[in-house]
Write a protein that binds this ligand. Structure first.
Ligand code: HEM
Length: 314
């Protein structure tokens, strides 16, 4: 069911929304000349995109964006012991119960109607609460990850003016840029598996029943796989073999969406500016900036990223 959300026709409709949204957001912020990217741009942008994909009514979208913005990221060490990690998703659950009940009673062709009326192979309907969990899970899975990836990507651009110019002159290089950022600075550091039978990872024997935490970020810098693994290189062969979205049967279902939304907003940033710079008043010098990352064992991403923009000539 979930994967049906990400079929090309659905993504195509969503892409038009993303184009308009990104253009509006970027024009506004470039006019202002500066911003704190994560809170002001990344979080509202990716939240509104998922909300659109699911068919959340437009009048409720800002509420979702604000509530997500207030919670800590998944896997936050700072929030250990607190329940705030699930707070925003629980809050949204109330809305989704209503949407799904309404759609089940009167389907209107949107994604929420598809979810509300989908059946198991034996023809039975899932419990509403399971659908609610799945819907809110999408916000958890897709909001922080994409928001932080945009921050990680914009940091590279701000610190590498030549790269910025190269991408402005040849936008077809942007997808490769995003793959290399996913490899070097993918926003999900780890994923998990449960070993069902005796297995081996590298030299390590794994007994059945063992929970395994796989360090995707480390695999993406494995010197046995990648030459100069810590270097940023735009022309790496087989770059799509990076594992920032996981691999196999549970590979990230939202990867196509994440790639599209990040590409589009970066295109808009490059189009509407002639220069993007780190705000040195906030982060110190661009060559050795003072940056602070989320204290999370899952998420790799900046807490804040202050940028300055020079608008493109009219
Ligand atoms: C840069 C952004 C993203 C990153 C780095 C990311 C990363 C990941 C990773 C590492 C996994 C686990 C894969 C595995 O264990 O093999 C995953 C699973 C998943 N992601 Fe993403 N994700 C991103 C964006 C999104 C978005 C935008 C959505 C949806 C709107 C999404 C939905 C999911 C779902 C539903 C799963 C579970 C798939 C399954 O278990 O079958 N993700 N993601």
């Amino acid at each position: 069911m979930l994967n049906r959300l990400f079929v090309p026709s659905r993504l195509k409709a969503n892409e038009e929304y993303i184009q308009h949204l990104a253009d509006r957001i970027v024009r506004d912020v470039v006019r202002t000349g500066r911003c704190e990217l994560i809170k002001e741009i990344s979080v509202p942008f990716v939240t509104l995109v998922i909300a659109d994909l699911l068919g959340v009514p437009s009048e409720d979208r800002e509420v979702f964006s604000n509530i997500l913005d207030q919670g800590p990221p998944p896997g936050s060490i700072a929030a250990e012991g607190a329940t705030t990690d699930v707070g925003p998703l629980e809050f949204m659950a109330g809305y989704f119960v209503r949407y799904l009940m309404e759609r089940r009673a009167a389907p209107n062709g949107d994604v929420l109607s598809d979810l509300a009326t989908a059946t198991y192979p034996d023809g039975s309907l899932p419990d509403i609460i399971d659908l609610v969990k799945m819907s809110t899970f999408l916000f958890g899975a897709g909001a922080d990850t994409s928001a932080k990836l945009l921050g990680n990507a914009m940091l590279y651009l701000a610190r590498m003016p030549d790269l910025q110019q190269q991408l402005r002159e040849d936008r077809s290089l942007i997808p490769a840029f995003i793959e290399e950022i996913l490899r070097l600075e993918g926003s999900s550091k780890v994923t998990f598996r449960l070993a069902r039978r005796p297995t081996k990872i590298g030299e390590m024997e794994i007994a059945p029943g063992t929970k395994v935490m796989l360090a995707l970020a480390a695999a993406n810098r494995d010197p046995a796989r990648w030459d100069n693994p810590d270097q940023f290189e735009l022309n790496r062969p087989k770059l799509r073999e990076q594992v920032a979205f996981g691999r196999g049967g549970h590979v990230c279902s939202g990867a196509p969406l994440a790639r599209v939304e990040i590409r589009i907003i970066i295109e808009r940033f490059l189009e509407h500016t002639s220069h993007i710079a780190l705000d040195e008043a906030r982060h110190g010098s661009a060559s050795a900036p003072d940056l602070s990352y989320e204290p999370s064992f899952i998420i790799r991403g900046l807490e804040e990223l202050h940028l300055k923009f020079t608008p493109a000539a009219a």
